[in-house]
Write a protein that binds this ligand. Structure first.
Ligand code: NAD
Length: 345
């Protein structure tokens, strides 16, 4: 059995971070997790209820990833750092990009600098990037060498963070590795994101709102599969992964329209209950991961099919209305265009 480790998880009260915390604690009984989270509108402490009930193995710190003092003191006692904390919603970044640069770029710079200062203690720094840094696919599948052409302020901020972490691995020999997950979905995701927005609309008997024709395709990966990819990254020999980038995807692309149809079928709704709105600016038209590198070098392969994952996710939203009812009003974000007109994305 490996030695007991302390993991610092930033953004651990968000969707993916909280799944990862529960996933990791369940599989590594000797490890401790410290979550640093600013508890923005996107966080749900409720998602950490189980870990919070075990103070010997879990600690929650309410703080900002941009705070040098807080971050330094936490990194000083971490063996592993997993960095999720970010502003994550594309339409919000179109409406106001400042917070995205502050949190996603400057927050990452602050954290990565602390990792370098505490290199003697920190064994590994996993930066959770995103497939959005690639922009639209140039060919059929996107491998890790695909050009980076971020198309929205969110994607550009994440791209800056991604390359900053890469540079810290090269310049300072930081024990850093970058994961680029494709589109994640699963239980406990904020209602502003596509799958929960569609699932809750379907459960409420409303038409499902799809931007444009819904022909944009994405590689949808269940959040538990992404947690397994992170687990594989933590266990891989450092020499193999230092400064490397790995995709976390399924290798299967599905259009937004098709996801909407599957959700309608799962909720017993008519297949035409879809309302189309104008296309969102900066929309990426196609994304599908090449999974070759993560299969060959990490032994990671996504297990859950989209049908299976969507059925589980819709069932969770059906059974947990208390969790999401308070978020209903946040499903669409008002964005003011250059002409002053407000559109809800
Ligand atoms: N959801 C996806 O489909 C997806 C796909 C690929 C990559 N990612 C990346 O994965 C990470 C997690 O995504 P998510 O969907 O769980 O996001 P989320 O929005 O659900 O959670 C983000 C968390 O970060 C916290 N946070 C925000 N600003 C902070 C700050 N300044 N200091 C400390 N904490 C702060 C929030 O309170 C929240 O708990 C992000 O880095 C995102 O870019 C997400």
């Amino acid at each position: 059995m490996s030695a007991a480790r302390t993991l610092l998880v930033t953004g651990g009260a968000g969707f993916m971070g909280s799944h990862f915390v529960r996933h990791h604690l369940a599989r590594h009984p000797r490890d401790r997790v410290v979550v640093l989270d600013a508890l923005t509108y996107a966080a749900t402490l409720e998602s950490l209820r189980e870990p919070l009930s075990d103070p010997a193995r879990f600690e929650f710190v309410h703080g900002n990833v941009r705070s040098p003092q807080v971050v330094d003191s936490l990194v000083a006692r971490a063996d592993v750092v997993v960095h999720f904390a970010a502003e994550t919603h594309v339409p919000r970044s179109i409406s106001d990009s400042l917070m995205f640069v502050e949190t996603d770029v400057l927050g990452t710079q602050n954290l990565a600098s602390a990792v370098v200062r505490h290199r003697d203690r920190v064994e590994r720094f996993v930066h959770v990037s995103t497939s959005e840094v690639y922009g639209s696919a140039e060919g059929d599948v996107m491998d890790e060498e695909h050009p980076l052409r971020p198309m929205t302020p969110y994607a550009a901020a994440k791209c800056g963070a991604d390359r900053l972490v890469y540079s810290f691995a090269r310049t300072y020999d930081a024990p850093a590795v970058i994961l680029r997950p494709f589109n994640n979905y699963g239980p406990r995701q904020h209602l502003e994101k596509l799958v929960p927005r569609l699932a809750t609309s379907a459960l409420l008997g409303e038409p499902l709102t799809v931007h444009g024709e819904g022909t944009a395709t994405r590689d949808w990966i269940h959040v538990e599969d992404t947690c397994r990819a992170l687990g594989a990254l933590l266990e891989a020999p450092l020499a193999r992964v230092r400064g490397e980038v790995f995709n976390a995807g399924t290798g299967v692309a599905t259009s937004v329209r098709d996801v909407a149809r599957r959700i309608l079928a799962l909720t017993g709704r008519g297949e035409h209950d879809v309302r189309h709105t104008p296309e969102r600016p900066g929309q990426v038209s196609e994304q599908r991961a090449s999974v070759k590198k993560s299969v060959q070098q990490l032994g990671f392969e996504a297990r859950r099919s989209l049908d299976e994952g969507l059925a589980e996710t819709v069932a969770w939203y059906r059974a947990n209305r208390d969790w999401w009812e308070r978020l209903r009003w946040m499903r669409a974000v008002p964005v003011t265009g250059s002409d002053g007109e407000v559109t809800y994305w």
